[in-house]
Design a binder for this molecule. Structure first.
Ligand code: T1G
Length: 696
C-alpha cells in the first residue's frame, strides 16, 4: 500500500486516508493506493469503504504537475470506475476543496458526505482542459444538464449547502471528515444500504446543445475549453455511459494538446511562483497593521479601500478637512460595492468607515503608522515635498511607499535620511479591484522592506511582482511600446477600429483604443507632451492626430467622445467619424501613402513589440524572470490568460520566427525595432523564456 493512501480497518469499514500534501493531488501513487485499497477491502470482507483526505483537503484534483508528461496508470477514469464497481458501500467524506478529479472520485463513490465549510467543483476549464474522469457523465446524471453546463463551463466552486441542494452530496455534518465519514458509513451498513453507482442512473434530459455551445463560446472570448466541455455533457444526455466516457476522453485529450492548456497551466503555476523570490528566502517582513494613505483621489481612496477590506486600519491624510471628507466619500462609495455584493454586511461597513478609517490633515497623524503609501499628484517636486515631511514625522522603521506609476523611486528615496525604508507600491486603478501590484525596489531599499511589500500584497490579495526602477517599471514600459507599434500601424494605414477588433479577436477584453477611451485620452496626451518636452530622438515616429481630439475636449468615455462615441449612460461604442479624417490629415502632413493591414499582421506586430520590450525588461533585470512579465500583463493589462502571458505566447509561437519578424520590421524602422539582446541570445542558444523561468 502506498503511503500516499493509508489503509486501516475500523470494524466493518475499510478506511482509505489520502496523505499527499499540500492538497492531496491525485498523483500516480495516490491513484494506485486507491485501487490497491479497494481491492484489499474487498479481499478482507469489509462491508464499506471510507475515502477521505488527511490535512487541508479532500483530493483537490489531478496532479497538474503531471500534465504534458506521459500519463501513468492507473488512469483516473479507471480508478473512479473501479471504486464505483465495488460490491462494498463506498463513501467519500469531503472537506476543504474537492475539485476536478477530486470531485470525480467522490462522484465515483456511492455516497457523499461533507463538512459545512467544504467546497467542490469541476474547474478544469480554467486550466484549459475539461473534466476527464467522468465528471461530464456523472454530474449531469445527478443534477441535470443545464446545471452541469453552468457548473462545468464556469469552473466555479460550490459550497456544501448548494451541493446538497443540487444533489451532488447526500449529507452535511459537523466534525472531522474521518468522524463524519465513519458515522455515515456505519449508518449505511446498519441500514443494509446497497452500492449506488451513478453511472447506472438514467441519461439526463438534453437541451439545445448547439445553442448552448455557441453561447458558451461567445462568452469565452476565444477560449476553447468551456465550449468543448459542453459537448462532453451532451454525450451524457445522448450516449450510453461507456460511450459517453469514451467521448469525454477524446474531447479531454483534444484540449490537453492545445497551446491554450499550456498557457493556462503556465498562468496557474506562475501566479504562485511570482511572489516567491530567492532573495526573500528567510527575510522577515516588518509588521504592518496601521497604514497611512496620503492623497484621497481615485487611487488613494482605492488603496485605502483595499486596506480596510483586508483588516488594516487607515489614516487618510488630505490637504483639508473638506478634501478628507471627499476622500471618505469615495471610500464609502467603494465599500458600498462590497456591501451590495455581500462581501461585507452593514455593521462591517459602519466599522470600516467609522472606526477603521481616520481622516487627518496634519502629517503628525502619521507618526505611528507602520507604513505610508503616498498617492499624490504625479509630479516629482510634489512627491519630494511629501517624503521630506514623512521623513520628519514617521516613526523609525516605518515603510515609506510611493504609488508613482513611472517616476524615479531612487530620486524620491534620496530626499530622505532613510532610503532603505523607501519602496514603490504601484497599484492599478481601481486599486481595490485590480489584482496587480508592482513592487518597485529602489537601489537602497532594504530586503525586509521588499519582504514587507510582498507581505502587504498578500494581505491585500494582490498578485505582487518585483520591479526594478525605470520609466514605467514593467507594465507601463511595455504598454508604451506596444501602444506605439499600434500608433505606427495607424499612421501607415490601419484604422484604430480594425486594430481593436483584431486584438479583441486575439483575446483581449478591449483593444488598445477602446482602453484609451476608458482610461481617458488626456493621460496619453500628457505622456506625449512630456516626452516631447524631454526631447524625443529625431528617429522616433511621433503622432499627433489624437492631440487634435484632446484639444477639442474629447477624452473618451468620460466626455462621451474619443475614438468612439458613447451614448449618454451607455458603454456601447460607435466609431467617431472625425477620427479617420484626423488620421488622414496627419498621413498627408507626413506624406504617408496608407497601405492595407491584415488582422494577422496587426496582431503579429503588436505582439512582436510587446515581446521585444518584455525581453529588454527581463534582460535589464527590471523584471526578475519572464513569468514576472507574464503575470504583470495578465493581472494589470487584460492580456488573455489562455495565452499564458506575452513571453509564454512567444515560446509557443517559436522565438526564431518572432525574431525574424522583428528583423524584417527593422528594415523599415531600425530605431523602433531594435531586437532585444536577450531575445537574440535565446534564439542563438536555442533556448526559451521558460528556460529562464526554471533558473528562477
Ligand atoms: N496539482 C498539483 N499541484 C497543485 C494542485 C494540483 N491540482 N493544486 C494546487 N497545487 C499546488 C500549488 O501549485 C501550490 O504549490 C500548492 O499546491 C498550494 O496551492 C482528470 C484533469 C486547491 C483551491 O484545478 O485551485 O483534476 O506553490 O497556493 O490557495 O478531470 O490550489 O506550494 O509549490 O493554490 O490553499 C483540477 C487547482 C485539476 C485545483 C488550494 N483541480 N488548485 O488553494 O493553495 S485538473 C484544480 C487550486 C483535473 C481531472 C482533471 C488551489 C486550491 P506551491 P495554493 P490554496
Amino acid at each position: 500500500m502506498s503511503e500516499a493512501i493509508q489503509y486501516e480497518r475500523a470494524g466493518d469499514i475499510a478506511v482509505l486516508a489520502a496523505n499527499n500534501p499540500p492538497v492531496n493531488a491525485l498523483g500516480q501513487a495516490v491513484r494506485q493506493g486507491l485501487v490497491d485499497g479497494i481491492a484489499r477491502a474487498e479481499k478482507e470482507g469489509a462491508k464499506a469503504v471510507l475515502i477521505y483526505g488527511e490535512g487541508a483537503t479532500y483530493f483537490a484534483g489531478a496532479d497538474i504537475k503531471e500534465f504534458g508528461k506521459t500519463p501513468q496508470e492507473p488512469w483516473l477514469p479507471d480508478v473512479c470506475a473501479r471504486l464505483e464497481a465495488s460490491p462494498l458501500i463506498v463513501v467519500s467524506s469531503i472537506h476543504g476543496t474537492a475539485l476536478g478529479g477530486g470531485l470525480e472520485v467522490a462522484l465515483g463513490s456511492h455516497y457523499r458526505i461533507a463538512t459545512p465549510k467544504a467546497r467542490m467543483g469541476l474547474p478544469e476549464v480554467l486550466i484549459g482542459v475539461m473534466p476527464g474522469a467522468g465528471g461530464t457523465q456523472r454530474l449531469p446524471r445527478l443534477i441535470g444538464v443545464e446545471k452541469s453546463i453552468e457548473v462545468i463551463t464556469s469552473g466555479r466552486q460550490i459550497g456544501a449547502k448548494e451541493a446538497l441542494e443540487l444533489g451532488i452530496i447526500d449529507r452535511i455534518a459537523e466534525g472531522t471528515p474521518r468522524e463524519i465519514g465513519l458515522a455515515y458509513a456505519q449508518e449505511l451498513i446498519d441500514q443494509d444500504a446497497k452500492p449506488r453507482p451513478v453511472s447506472e442512473m438514467p441519461n439526463p434530459d438534453g437541451v439545445d446543445f448547439d445553442a448552448a455551445y455557441d453561447a458558451v463560446l461567445k462568452k469565452s472570448r476565444g477560449q476553447l475549453s468551456p465550449a468543448t466541455a459542453v459537448r462532453g455533457v451532451q454525450a451524457a444526455a445522448e450516449l450510453p455511459f461507456d460511450q459517453g466516457m469514451k467521448r469525454e476522453r477524446e474531447l479531454f485529450f483534444e484540449l490537453m494538446n492545445t497551446d491554450q492548456r499550456q498557457g493556462l497551466i503556465h498562468a496557474f503555476f506562475s501566479e504562485r511562483a511570482v511572489g516567491k523570490l530567492p532573495e526573500l528566502k528567510g527575510v522577515e517582513p516588518r509588521d504592518v497593521g496601521d497604514i497611512g494613505v496620503i492623497g484621497g483621489g481615485t487611487m488613494g481612496a482605492g488603496i485605502a479601500t483595499a486596506a480596510l477590506l483586508n483588516g488594516l486600519t487607515v489614516t487618510m491624510l488630505e490637504m483639508s478637512q473638506e478634501a478628507a471628507e471627499a476622500a471618505k466619500g469615495r471610500i464609502a462609495g467603494n465599500l458600498q460595492g462590497a456591501l451590495k455584493r455581500g462581501k461585507i454586511n452593514q455593521d462591517q461597513f459602519t466599522h470600516l468607515t467609522e472606526a477603521a478609517l481616520t481622516l487627518a490633515t496634519d502629517y503628525g497623524a502619521l507618526s505611528n503608522v507602520d507604513l505610508v503609501i503616498e498617492a499624490v499628484f504625479e509630479d516629482m517636486e510634489v512627491k519630494k515635498q511629501v517624503f521630506t515631511k514623512l521623513d520628519a514625522v514617521c516613526k523609525p522603521g516605518a515603510v515609506l511607499a510611493t504609488n508613482t506609476s513611472y517616476l524615479n523611486v531612487n530620486e524620491i528615496a534620496a530626499i530622505t535620511k532613510r532610503p532603505q525604508d523607501v519602496i514603490g507600491l504601484h497599484f492599478f486603478s481601481p486599486a481595490h479591484v485590480m489584482k496587480l501590484l508592482e513592487i518597485v525596489v529602489a537601489d537602497k531599499t532594504a530586503p525586509d522592506v521588499v519582504a514587507t511589500g510582498f507581505a502587504l500584497g498578500k494581505t491585500l490579495k494582490k498578485v505582487s511582482v518585483r520591479a526594478g526602477v525605470c520609466d514605467g517599471f514593467i507594465g507601463n514600459r511595455i504598454l508604451a511600446t506596444y501602444r506605439t507599434a499600434a500608433d505606427h500601424m495607424i499612421l501607415d494605414g490601419a484604422s484604430p477600429y480594425q486594430i481593436d477588433d483584431a486584438l479583441e479577436a486575439f483575446g483581449f477584453a478591449m483593444g488598445p483604443y477602446a482602453v484609451s477611451d476608458l482610461a481617458g485620452l488626456d493621460i496619453g496626451w500628457a505622456v506625449r507632451k512630456r516626452k516631447r518636452a524631454e526631447g524625443m530622438d529625431p528617429r522616433a515616429r511621433d503622432t499627433n492626430y489624437a492631440d487634435r481630439l484632446c484639444e477639442a475636449g474629447h477624452f473618451g468615455q468620460k466626455t462621451g467622445k474619443g475614438y468612439y462615441i458613447y451614448e449618454k449612460g451607455s458603454r456601447t461604442r460607435t466609431p467617431n467619424p472625425d477620427v479617420p479624417e484626423l488620421i488622414a490629415a496627419e498621413r498627408a502632413e507626413k506624406d504617408i501613402t496608407p497601405r492595407a493591414f491584415t488582422d494577422d499582421e496587426i496582431v503579429r506586430r503588436y505582439m512582436a513589440a510587446m515581446v521585444n520590450e518584455a525581453a529588454k525588461v527581463v534582460g535589464e533585470g527590471i523584471a526578475r524572470r519572464p513569468l514576472d512579465v507574464d503575470m504583470t500583463l495578465l493581472f494589470g493589462y487584460g492580456f488573455p490568460r489562455y495565452h499564458g502571458g506575452p513571453l509564454k505566447w512567444a515560446d509557443l509561437q517559436g522565438l526564431p520566427d518572432l525574431l525574424g519578424d522583428i528583423k524584417r520590421y527593422a528594415e523599415e524602422d531600425d530605431y523602433f525595432w531594435q531586437p532585444a539582446p536577450l531575445l537574440e541570445q535565446l534564439v542563438a542558444e536555442g533556448r526559451t523564456f521558460e528556460d529562464l523561468n526554471k533558473k528562477g
